[in-house]
Design a protein around this ligand. Structure first.
Ligand SMILES: *Cc1c(COP(=O)(O)O)cnc(C)c1O
Length: 388
């Protein structure tokens, strides 16, 4: 193989993709079978069962959409929102804005209720907007990867109940890292991505939809505008009939099964606890280095940490040095937060004490290189003490 063409091995502590464990990489490299091979059909059922397990749902309509998280978003929006529908979208970050734009493209009458990047949604404002427009769907992002905010679900569910609206939640960065109860919280439409807390390469978007949502799909006035993402057609392949719709990404589905099995071996509760513990250790370290988190402690994601860039620091130079010297990727700020924060992801297997210590040490080194003053080793010390 041409060495020059080989991609380097990095520690991926950004907003995704996260690192992929050997077992999942091996699963991708298994010999290919056909997309209608009996062994693959069995694997599809297994993946669907595992997805129902991780989403905590009994929804029949549960499948991995072929495509990245954004394909899951389009699938959710284009199937369950149609022309003329009143829709309320809570936008407290970049990805909420993306949902709103898709809903507009689907022809909906979109009302946006926005919150500053770094804060949760204002439930009162959402409620008022819903009272005004009587929405068919209320959409929001559970884990805003652009800001590091976790949005509580139940208060929004209550607004939906008052209007008989469907609840659509983007759970790309919470699935497998934060508690998520699709059935108990009555989330009607929920999707995720493989490359965040599931530690798979990007390429599939797990999605689940309630019977109530499917009822809306079956009684649409118009056809779903996307043929590829039309769930009623996809159900021909992923439902009982297993008839050809499009060639499933076979290797990726095999990888997803392996990744979900790893989550199952971890146990969901233990896995979420681990994300919480290492998030708290990282925060202790960041604060010991004299830096500040961007989000109020009550709403912080455990999977994605936004750290404010200290005054006078060239944040891009820090990221460049982290990559070149430490082989370590962290994310830049996105949208309103561009240049203002770093985004440190601790997702799935990457949520470990080792990675917390590495990123704190590396960050300190890069900051000191720029003349930042802090107690040497204070971050690493505080993080390891937080874990004892
Ligand atoms: C990453 C992400 C997406 C988009 O997923 P892609 O895989 O990049 O298409 C959507 N929503 C949220 C909250 C995300 O973090």
């Amino acid at each position: 193989m041409n060495e020059g063409a080989r991609l380097p091995e990095r520690l991926l502590l950004g907003p995704g993709p996260s690192n992929v464990p050997v077992r999942v990489r091996e699963a991708i490299s298994r010999p290919l079978v056909g997309h209608l091979d009996p062994e693959f059909l069995k694997l599809m059922s297994e993946v669907q069962d595992l997805l129902r397990w991780i989403f905590r749902t009994d929804n029949h309509m549960t499948l991995p959409v072929s495509g990245t998280g954004t394909a899951g978003m389009e699938c959710a929006v284009y199937n369950f929102i149609e022309e003329g529908d009143a829709v309320v979208v809570g936008v407290h970050g970049y990805f909420g804005g993306r949902i709103a734009e898709m809903a507009r493209r689907a022809g909906a009458e979109v009302t946006v209720v926005s919150a500053p990047f770094g804060e949760p949604l204002d439930v009162g404002a959402l409620s008022q907007a819903a009272d005004r427009v009587k929405p068919k769907v209320i959409a929001f992002v559970h884990a805003e990867t652009s800001t590091g905010v976790l949005q509580p679900v139940q208060p929004i569910r209550q607004i939906c109940d008052r209007h008989g609206a469907l609840l659509l939640a983007d759970c790309v960065t919470s699935l497998g890292g934060h508690p998520l109860e699709v059935d108990e919280w009555e989330i009607d439409i929920c999707y995720s991505g493989t490359q965040k807390c599931l530690n798979c390469p990007p390429g599939l978007a797990p999605l689940t939809a309630s019977e109530k949502a499917m009822q809306k799909l079956r009684t649409r006035r118009s056809k779903v505008r996307s043929w590829y993402l039309d769930l009623s057609l996809l159900d021909g392949y992923w439902g009982e009939h297993r008839s050809y719709h499009h060639t499933a990404p076979i290797a990726m589905n095999n990888a997803l099964r392996e990744a979900l099995l790893i989550v199952k071996e971890d146990g969901l509760e233990a896995r979420c606890e681990r994300h919480k513990r290492h998030h708290l250790a990282l925060v202790a370290g960041i604060e010991a280095l004299g830096m500040r988190m961007h989000v109020d402690p009550n709403y912080r994601l455990w999977t994605l940490n936004t750290v404010q860039v200290p005054p006078g620091i060239d944040e891009a130079a820090v990221r460049a040095r982290l990559l070149s010297k430490f082989n370590l990727e962290v994310g830049a700020g996105l949208g309103d937060l561009a240049g203002k924060v770093w985004r440190i992801g601790l997702m799935g297997i990457n949520s470990s004490l080792k990675n917390v210590l590495i990123v704190l040490h590396a960050l300190e080194e890069c900051l000191r290189k720029q003349g930042y003053s802090c107690t040497p080793g204070a971050g690493v010390r505080a993080a390891s003490e937080a874990l004892t």
